[in-house]
Design a protein around this ligand. Structure first.
Ligand SMILES: *Cc1c(COP(=O)(O)O)cnc(C)c1O
Length: 513
């Protein structure tokens, strides 16, 4: 076997060697490329090479080989390790990015996701060869239904927004089956941006309702737009101000009264795990972000998973095929079934399956009490920060919050010129990731801080101390300047976000210039 492995050319040449501190750029792999250099190569095993010419018709063959980067394994690993040191990550420190729930993810979830019995299974394997996988998926569905108080769930959607679209397609199918045509979906003005986007994608019209002075849905305004053209309402509870919608039962009754459905944006379930359930609040459809609450690292592109759980009456419309327990309890067998009036597939195969395995691991290692502790500590941490920071920033809604608190740098900006964005950039140099800024849109100079349950009191104190220092420094002209020009020490300073959006260049020309 060892003879079949041809070691690559030794490392060296143009490869970057110094640690990256102070460097502005890391070369791309193409710039590190040297002709003929490679990592490891597997020699043929003696089976004659299939003649490509016989397999691929001439018209479909390339004229020249693909221009791939040629680097040794050592150069390759060095490249990605250096890049990783230019990042902030959940493994490095506190990442209080409100609404995104960037918490530390237990390593046991990684260990499970690389088990060969799970990771190496072909998605097309017949059901009788993957009974364990199917049992895992069924068990996860049961757990998520128990956590949300719903009857059945689909594990297919790839992320929160995909879950939202699934939910809206379920709404459509539900009304279509009744021959009832409805056009409108109500969304509060504090909602996450994906909500109105999903409503539009799902073929409905968005009707926005304002928030009241306490940061909750203005119930009178809601009642005034309810009629029989309303397919439903999308609510986040706790909402994106981190506040619990106390009128949820009357809202649910009023929406049901006109025949509408209630959609729960459960992207952030940290606050309520094991404490209250959307199903008990009167919701009909719930999506969860397993990549936020259930321990899959996200940011930078996923993968995620946004399962959608529904009440009994919507179960026949769920996407299929679904992993299903067949037969009786004494001889459990698992297979696939497609609900009678299924809206069809929302993802190829079974969704992002290893994210699902991580989520079940997270649920099992925590158990009931552990999940409740997640919620208790997430809420405690957010309130500790809210209290501590209310003398440094404005508190637009000064009452107990759930898993995140929304503060405002409005007064700071008026007094010193230092904006929420500057505070966020300056915080990067203090060893913390920035909080979410300028969201929710209804709060001027918003700083949305979500410490999560995974941070200790010492970390919260250090984070609060850093924010207080930034505010105190802003009182002097030098301090204010330092903030408005921050960050100074990170590998990349302020990027022009508008330029990237306006002049999108998604390709890299690998040809030598
Ligand atoms: C993150 C988030 C979403 C969208 O989830 P994605 O997985 O990013 O598509 C929707 N709603 C809320 C409240 C969120 O925080």
């Amino acid at each position: 076997m060892v003879d079949d492995l041809v070691p690559a050319a030794a490392a060296g040449g143009r490869a970057a060697s110094a640690p990256l501190l102070g460097r502005d750029t890391e070369p791309t792999l193409f710039e590190l490329s040297e002709p003929g250099r490679s990592a490891w190569q597997l020699r043929t095993t003696g089976v004659p090479d299939l003649a490509l010419e016989e397999l691929v018709p001439e018209a479909h063959r390339r004229d020249s080989p693909v221009a791939l980067a040629e680097v040794s394994e050592r150069d390759l690993v060095g490249h990605f390790t250096r890049l990783s040191h230019r990042q902030f990550s959940v493994d490095l420190g506190a990442y209080p990015l409100g609404s995104c729930t960037m918490k530390y993810n237990p390593k046991i979830c990684d260990a499970v996701a690389v088990l060969p019995g799970l990771a190496d299974v072909h998605p097309a394997a017949p059901a009788n060869c993957i009974q364990g996988w199917l049992e895992l998926l069924v068990e996860l569905e049961v757990a998520l239904c128990e956590i949300t108080g719903m009857a059945a769930a689909t594990l297919q959607p790839a992320a929160g927004a995909a879950g939202e679209l699934t939910g809206l397609l379920l709404m459509r199918a539900w009304f279509a089956a009744k021959g009832d045509v409805r056009r409108k979906v109500i969304i509060p003005d504090s909602a996450h941006g994906t909500n109105p986007a999903s409503v539009t994608l799902g073929g409905f019209e968005v009707v926005t309702v304002p928030s009241d002075g306490r940061g909750c849905v203005d119930v009178e305004a809601l009642y005034s737009v309810l009629d029989e053209d309303v397919a439903g309402i999308m609510l986040t509870n706790p909402n994106t101000l981190g506040l619990f919608e106390e009128d949820i039962r009357s809202i649910a009754d009023a929406v049901h009264e006109v025949g509408g459905l209630l959609y729960y944006d459960g992207a952030n379930l940290n606050a309520i795990l094991g404490v209250v359930r959307p199903g008990d609040m009167g919701f009909d459809i719930v999506h969860l972000n397993l990549h936020k609450t259930f321990a899959t690292p996200h940011g930078g592109g996923g993968p995620g998973a946004g399962p959608v759980a529904v009440s009994d009456r919507l179960a026949p419309f769920l996407p299929g095929p679904r992993p299903t327990r067949l037969g009786d309890a004494s001889s459990p067998r698992f297979g696939w079934t497609t609900p009678e009036r299924s809206i069809g597939r929302l993802h190829s195969w079974h969704g992002n399956a290893l994210v699902l395995a991580r989520a079940l691991t997270y649920v099992l290692v925590h158990g009931n009490d552990g999940l409740r502790d997640v919620a208790r500590l997430a809420v405690l941490n957010a309130n500790w920060l809210r209290k501590r920071l209310s003398s440094s920033f404005d508190a637009p809604y000064d009452r107990p919050c759930m898993h995140e608190c929304v503060l405002s740098a409005s007064s700071l900006k008026r007094a010193t010129g230092v904006k929420a964005l500057d505070v966020a950039k300056r915080l990067l140099e203090e060893g913390f990731h920035s909080p979410t800024v300028y969201f929710p849109l209804i709060v001027d100079e918003a700083l949305m801080i979500e410490p999560t349950e995974t941070e200790s009191l010492q970390t919260l104190e250090a984070l609060a101390g850093a924010l207080e220092r930034i505010v105190a420094e802003a009182a002097t002209p030098e301090g204010a300047l330092a903030a408005t020009e921050a960050p100074h020490l990170t590998p990349v300073r302020r990027v022009d976000e508008a330029r990237a959006a306006r002049h999108l260049v998604p390709t890299f020309d690998a040809r030598p210039s």
